[in-house]
Every structure is written in structure tokens, then in C-alpha cells.
Design a protein around this ligand. Structure first.
Ligand SMILES: [Zn+2]
Length: 176
């Protein structure tokens, strides 16, 4: 059964709440347009509430030549200018910044920073470098279950990281 709030399909029919986000799995009798509209509104409010307060960044590395060799000189956090609830599911939000690319096909680890209510998590994400000609852009995409993936490349060719769930798993059935 697909959750109206987070889009996850992990819930089984016997469950009363989505295991990913905790939104009630509402069974209705009869179908009325009004009921659907009300449920849709509830789900949207729940989605905004659950996703509010998250902000995202990306660690970037500066390199400089030292004694003829390229060395990493500093690390900086770049803010991704989007709020979690503004992301639409399955659609990549691209940010403006452009980065030097790494040869296509190679593995690269990007570090996503997730902030929420004063907490900060750094999550290293292995990504396969996309086959692109130009500079890289980075992007963020929301997946079902309130998870995000980091994208790198450009709008024509990009690679995505694995999913990072934003919320801790919902409490098991019966717990509240
Ligand atoms: Zn859900």
C-alpha cells in the first residue's frame, strides 16, 4: 500500500502506519472526491512537518600545488539552497555551483551534510563518476520514504548516490 505522505510502498495491508514515516494508512469506505481531497491535504501537511527544518550541504575540497604536486589544502561546506519540503519526488534539484569533473567511470566519494535542529551529520556517499564533458553540478533528489540521493553530473548525464533516509525508522506497530 502506497503511503500518501512519503510515497513509500513498504507498508503491508495489515499495518496501520507507514513503516517509513509513520503516516496513518487510512482505509476508507466508499470514494468521494471530498474525502480524497481532505486526505491529500492531511498528507501534504504531514509531509511538510516531517521535512521541515532539514538543510543540506556538500563538502568541497580545494587543491593547490605544493612542490610540484597537487595537494588538498582545505575543506569547505557549500550549502545546497533548497529546503527538504521543496524537493519534489523523483525530480533532481540542481544547484548552481560547478565543480571540476573526475574521469568518467571512476569511483568518487562525496560527503553530504544534513542539518536538522542543531544536529549535523556528515554522510560519505560513494558515486560512480558520470561520463560528462563539462563541469559537474551537484543536485539532490527526494525518494519515496523521505530519503534523499545526491546527484552529480549535469542534466544530460548524471550519477546518483545510494539513498539516505532523513527520518529514523518509524516505531513498530503498536508503539507510540
Ligand atoms: Zn510514509
Amino acid at each position: 500500500m502506497k503511503c500518501l505522505a512519503c510515497g513509500s510502498s513498504e507498508a503491508e495491508a495489515a499495518m496501520s502506519r507507514c513503516p517509513r514515516c509513520g503516516f496513518p494508512l487510512i482505509h476508507t469506505v466508499g470514494e468521494t472526491g471530498d474525502g480524497e481531497a481532505a486526505l491529500g491535504k492531511m498528507a501534504e501537511e504531514y509531509r511538510r512537518k516531517k521535512l521541515s527544518g532539514f538543510s543540506f550541504g556538500l563538502l568541497t575540497y580545494r587543491h593547490e600545488m605544493r612542490e610540484g604536486r597537487l595537494e588538498q589544502s582545505s575543506v569547505q561546506e557549500v550549502t545546497l539552497p533548497v529546503r527538504a519540503f521543496e524537493l519534489s519526488q523523483g525530480k533532481i534539484f540542481w544547484q548552481e555551483g560547478r565543480f571540476a569533473r573526475i574521469r568518467g567511470g571512476e569511483g568518487v566519494t562525496l560527503t553530504l551534510v544534513i542539518r536538522k535542529d542543531g544536529t549535523r551529520r556528515e554522510i560519505p556517499l560513494p558515486v560512480r563518476a558520470p561520463e560528462t564533458e563539462g563541469f559537474w553540478q551537484t543536485g539532490l533528489v527526494l525518494e519515496p520514504g523521505f530519503a534523499v540521493r545526491l546527484a552529480v553530473g549535469d542534466e544530460t548525464s548524471c550519477s546518483c548516490s545510494g539513498e539516505v533516509p532523513l527520518l529514523p525508522p518509524a516505531r513498530p506497530e503498536g508503539g507510540e
